[in-house]
Design a binder for this molecule. Structure first.
Ligand code: GCU
Length: 728
């Protein structure tokens, strides 16, 4: 073989063997920017011929330029459009603020009402050229607008004429990382923490930038970097310097850092004898600590606090109220414009008659007693991020206090990393729930966005599912939960289906034969999990402490309200927690129309039945089945739906890259196996009370109850086993 031919062949072989430059390992999230094909490509190329950055550059506008170049370069499958000082032809993309770009100032766009973060995207005419303008009152709005513009191309939307305007309905859109300083993550299922404290502040992992970019792409503007079960060490000078280094990376992306503050820090790191919020020395300590933080991080967001909950210290240790505690911290950060996000997830150590009632009982009397810069952070339901709960009764019950909604993006109770459960419908269900606080239409969304009671201070928080796994979130589909949180935080009235649709297009493919079935799978996935785990309003039936797998038999231990039997109340007569007047009467914490509906067996939705009622096994359901039969049917439906999801996915082989396809296939297999485990274990346990056979055609549990009760998984991620801890 002549030498030249040999070299050509060798190069060809190398090219074939070389892995693709972009292995689809999930790192790129929804920002993949893969080339558009066909007619659309011609139209997009014509609509994006050059980029016109603002005359005055800033770190944020430099990021916008880079993102547009990267995005358009990828999507148009060509070199990035050139950057030019002014439009020279049709298809110019001009971006900036009226201050940074004289060109934009000359267009006299109406930018009123866009607030700090909003933007417009407009088709316009300039010097005889058709151009697209991305403009905002502030740089960060331009960045959000650029991501929106790219999303239009990523999801194959028409580009002309554009007449878009968008502003977030919620001001503080925050991810809560439950990350510990040793890089373990409480309830984290995607590897260790991405914050490499040991190497900070000197080494800035490029992942920090990629994280901030991903957050900005969905409008997230705050991040709490440490666990709510906080260590005071994060408030010491070396850690504050590390925090400042991260804040510097995040700042141009509009992302503010916050810290979880340990209430007893003045004792632990301040050398004081008390952390009493009314003690002048304690107040002075927090003021000085805040001043120190703001010297390092002028745009520090503020503190998140878990106090007097699950053993955490708090103001009640000194016979003070939650308002006393929150206000002390609020006073410390107020001069710097900071806020305090005070969690309502509290329950006292004394045995309550119903844990679901505690937060309401604790906080409603404090309505109106908090400083202006305090937001009360309330979980979506009254217990704890269960697959389904009614909305938290605090929503609507504290008109004089701004409330922020807290949801859990990490799937502590929803199958952890491997189960495909799209949380959009869960978040949407809460946001759209009607509190009736001001009559019909008083949704949780309107409480959260401040419109119901006229609060300008608004927020929403999601407990992050992010870790150092290459795909960030432990599975490809878990990325959708980060995504949908951000998109709903921006506009809580959006539909979770629409958001799933755009996420699938950006993350996987625009092929309609792929998009429709995958969106269908995602939309049915949450209800499937509710069915195979906790149907008909059951809750908290997971294994003790780890929360991995079923544990409806869990009983005993330090407190009754940490057990499954406390929540299911199964006995020879029936099942369910009576929260009506004959039971704990928690239902009266809701506005009268809501309470009346939940109390009335004819009107309560089946999916909350056992949350509010204890009913006999032979209770006749709307469907005509007995309660026992209906339970079995729901457990089985959950497993069946996961089987359907597997079959749907199997039918899509070849439509996306093999790497991600294979991981999803395997995870669905795991999910089906575990759904079956949930069903069988739950039925085996409850059957010991119902003493009834399974309805005809339903297969019995694969093993006996003893088998399920003795399964033991001590090393589940997201939880550190205590010395001597037993499984169940
Ligand atoms: C749940 C979770 C804990 C967490 C707590 C919280 O109970 O299991 O790990 O600390 O919520 O929200 O504070």
């Amino acid at each position: 073989m002549p030498m030249r031919a040999f070299i050509r062949l060798a190069l060809l072989t190398l090219a074939v063997l070389r892995p693709a430059a972009h292995a689809e390992d999930g790192y790129d999230l929804w920002l993949r920017y893969r080339p558009v094909q066909g007619d659309l490509l011609t139209a997009y190329r014509a609509a994006a011929t050059e980029i016109v950055p603002p005359g005055t550059s800033s770190p944020t506008s430099a990021i916008v330029s880079t993102e547009l170049s990267r995005g358009l370069g990828g999507l148009l499958g060509s070199a990035a459009p050139p950057a030019v000082p002014a439009p020279t032809r049709d298809g110019s993309i001009v971006f900036g603020t009226p201050v940074s770009s004289p060109l934009i100032a000359r267009l006299h766009l109406n930018l009123k009402g866009l607030g700090d973060d909003g933007y417009v995207i407009r088709s316009a005419s300039f010097a005889g050229h058709h151009i697209t303008v991305i403009a905002a009152p502030h740089d960060v709005g331009v960045l959000y607008g650029a991501f929106h513009f790219l999303r239009l191309l990523q999801t194959h939307r028409p580009l002309e004429p554009l007449e878009l305007s968008s502003a977030p309905r919620i001001r503080h859109r925050v991810l809560d990382h439950w990350d510990n300083l040793d890089r373990t993550i409480e309830r984290g299922y995607a590897g260790e923490s991405i914050w490499d404290w040991q190497k900070l502040p000197d080494y800035l992992d490029p992942r920090y930038t990629d994280y901030a970019r991903a957050c900005a792409s969905v409008g997230i503007n705050g991040t709490v970097l440490n666990n709510v079960n906080a260590s005071a060490i994060s408030l010491t000078p070396p850690y504050l310097r590390k925090l400042a280094a991260l804040a510097d990376v995040f700042r141009p992306y509009g992302l503010h850092v916050y810290l979880s503050a340990r209430f007893s820090a003045p004792i632990e790191i301040g050398g004081l004898k008390t952390a009493d919020p009314l003690d002048p020395a304690v107040r002075a300590w927090w003021r000085a600590k805040s001043d120190e933080i703001y010297t390092l991080i002028p745009d520090f967001g503020g503190f998140l606090v878990k106090a007097n909950s699950e053993g955490q210290p708090g103001p009640q240790d000194y016979s003070r109220t939650h308002a006393d505690g929150a206000n002390m911290l609020a006073d410390a950060v107020a001069p710097h414009g900071g806020i305090v996000m005070w969690r309502a997830f509290v329950y006292s150590q004394e045995q309550p008659d119903d844990r679901a009632k505690q937060a309401y009982d604790e906080f409603v009397p404090l309505d109106g007693k908090f400083r202006d810069n305090v937001i009360l952070q309330v979980k979506n339901g009254p217990i704890d991020f269960q697959p389904r709960e009614p909305f938290h009764p605090l929503f609507g019950a504290m008109p004089r206090t701004p409330l922020m909604l807290e949801v859990q993006i990490t799937k502590e109770y929803l199958g952890m990393a491997t189960h495909l459960v799209y949380l959009g419908p869960l978040f949407e269900e809460t946001l759209r729930a009607d509190t009736y606080a001001r009559g019909k239409g008083s949704s949780v969304a309107k409480v959260t966005d401040g419109s119901l009671f006229g609060h300008p201070r608004t927020g929403i928080a999601g407990v992050a599912n992010i870790g150092s796994d290459r795909d960030w979130t432990g599975s490809h589909f878990n990325q959708a939960n980060w995504y949908v949180f951000g998109r709903l935080a921006w506009d809580p009235l959006q539909s979770s289906r629409d958001i799933a649709d755009e996420w699938v297009r950006m993350t996987f493919s625009n092929d309609p034969a792929f998009v429709a079935p995958v969106v269908g799978m995602m939309m049915s996935s949450r209800e499937a999990a509710v069915d195979y785990m906790t149907p008909l309003g059951l809750a908290h039936q997971m294994a003790r402490t780890t929360h991995y797998g079923p544990g409806p038999w869990v009983s005993g231990g330090p407190r009754a309200d940490w057990t499954s039997v406390y929540f299911n109340r199964a006995d020879a007569q029936g099942i369910g927690f009576d929260r009506t007047a004959t039971g704990s009467n928690a239902v009266v914490q809701y506005a009268p129309p809501v309470a009346a509906k939940f109390t009335d067996l004819k009107r309560i939705p089946d999916n909350l039945l056992l949350w509010f009622h204890h009913l006999p096994w032979d209770y006749k359901m709307r469907s005509g089945h007995t309660l026992w039969d209906e339970l079995v049917i729901h457990y089985s439906d959950g497993v069946r739906t996961v089987g359907d999801m597997r079959r749907t996915w199997a039918s899509l082989a070849g439509k996306i890259d093999s790497h991600r396809y294979a991981q999803v296939s395997t995870f669905l297999e795991i999910q089906e196996k575990e759904a079956r485990w949930w069903r069988d274990a739950s039925i085996a346990y409850f059957q010991t009370f119902s003493h009834q056979p399974l309805p005809a055609g339903f297969s019995p549990p694969e093993h006996d109850l003893h088998y399920y009760e003795t399964l033991c998984f001590p090393y589940v991620p997201g939880h550190s086993p205590l010395p001597g801890e037993k499984c169940q």
